[in-house]
Design a protein around this ligand. Structure first.
Ligand SMILES: Cc1cc2nc3c(=O)[nH]c(=O)nc-3n(C[C@H](O)[C@H](O)[C@H](O)COP(=O)(O)OP(=O)(O)OC[C@H]3O[C@@H](n4cnc5c(N)ncnc54)[C@H](O)[C@@H]3O)c2cc1C
Length: 322
């Protein structure tokens, strides 16, 4: 069976990995730009946002992503990461109660008092939730490892048209397969002229990690590859179509303020910025036109992307050659 995957972010790379593991021959066509998955330090954080929602698939997704990291590293694909947990400080009793209501017993967690918190937080956080199974990873390295280990042929180029069995690349050349899986993410959806919930955000890269484990509320501070750190958030106003992400001065100020509210940033040097756009509105499966699709992973690309990709890949393989 020959499978063509459009997009080599975490969705496409994970689909490629699982269909290849199932015995298919895989070609990934990737434009190589604007991949949200190249976020320098992605959190594996099952307790989401300021409401503390937990997706029912999060414990399984978390376990699978870490298992993949171990498997890929053992096969010789290094992936900078840290699995020391994620800390979610909460500003008041009301937020703590909201988080507590949403926490499933199946997700190991522990509430810490300010004295027990393992990092130096700024004042104003009466409680902090530690999720020991969480952590961070380098997004680009994870995708590169999945693609490399899949053995997929990777074609650099932009697909301009596609159907259930073939794709056409810019320039007019074509590829044919038994199945096409579309994983074009936010930018691909924009190029396709689709409307959807797009949201841009920025990570500032820092010369050192401010905290030894990721800390997240409003924005996040996390370690990054090679002894660096990041301060980031997806915080720009949502837009219905893809736009080149920018960092207006007001956003920079907002981000630095949120970072300062989490921990003391004095003496930390900003070494660069990475901006990206995520797409919400999950679609995972076969469409009415026969095309397969995995997109709209929102802010949970690394938490749920590989798990959903394994389901989609299994269905593609089971459906087989039409
Ligand atoms: C600022 C920010 C912070 C984030 N932090 C986290 C986090 O901490 N934890 C987490 O789990 N998630 C996080 N996310 C979300 C996560 O990055 C996304 O959910 C995930 O990367 C989406 O993956 P994807 O493969 O669907 O799309 P993408 O990673 O965007 O990949 C799509 C790829 O397809 C290619 N492509 C598109 N169209 C075509 C075409 N027509 N032809 C050829 N190639 C095409 C693109 O060039 C791109 O390489 C964050 C996102 C942002 C923006």
């Amino acid at each position: 069976m020959r499978v063509i995957v459009v997009g080599g972010g975490v969705a496409g790379a994970s689909v490629a990995y699982f269909v290849a593991r199932g015995g298919a021959q895989v070609t990934v066509v990737d434009a190589g730009v604007h991949a949200a998955s190249h976020v320098p330090s992605a959190l594996l954080n099952p307790v989401r946002g300021q409401s503390g929602q937990v997706d029912g698939r999060a414990p399984q997704g978390l376990a699978l992503t870490w298992a993949l990291v171990r498997e890929l590293e053992a096969a010789g694909w290094p992936i900078p990461h840290g699995q020391e947990g994620v800390l979610r400080p909460v500003p008041d009793e009301r937020t703590r109660a909201k988080f507590a209501r949403n926490l499933p017993p199946a997700l190991p967690h522990r509430w810490l008092t300010p004295g027990e918190v393992p990092v130096a937080l700024s004042p104003g956080w009466p409680h902090a939730l530690l999720i020991p199974g969480g952590g961070w990873l380098d997004g680009a390295a994870f995708c590169a490892a999945l693609l490399g280990a899949s053995g997929a042929e990777v074609v650099r180029g932009r697909v301009t048209a596609w159907d259930a069995r073939s794709v056409t690349l810019e320039g007019g050349s074509g590829l044919h397969g038994d199945a096409v899986v579309w994983c074009g993410g936010a930018v691909g959806s924009g190029w396709a002229g689709e409307e959807g919930a797009q949201r841009a955000g920025t990570l500032l890269t820092l010369d050192r990690p401010v905290t030894t484990l990721p800390v997240s509320f409003g924005a996040y501070l996390a370690p990054g590859a090679g002894g660096t750190g990041v301060l980031g958030a997806t915080f720009e106003a949502p837009t219905p179509t893809w736009q080149e992400p920018t960092l207006p001065a007001a956003s920079l100020r907002w981000l630095l303020n949120r970072g300062d509210a989490l921990a003391d940033l004095r003496g930390v040097r900003v070494t660069g910025r990475w901006s990206g756009t995520r797409l919400s509105g999950l679609v995972a499966g076969r469409q009415s036109d026969g095309l397969w699709r995995l997109s709209g992973l929102g802010s949970k690309g690394f938490l749920l992307g590989p798990l959903l990709a394994r389901h989609v890949a299994g269905d593609v393989l089971r459906t087989g050659v039409p």
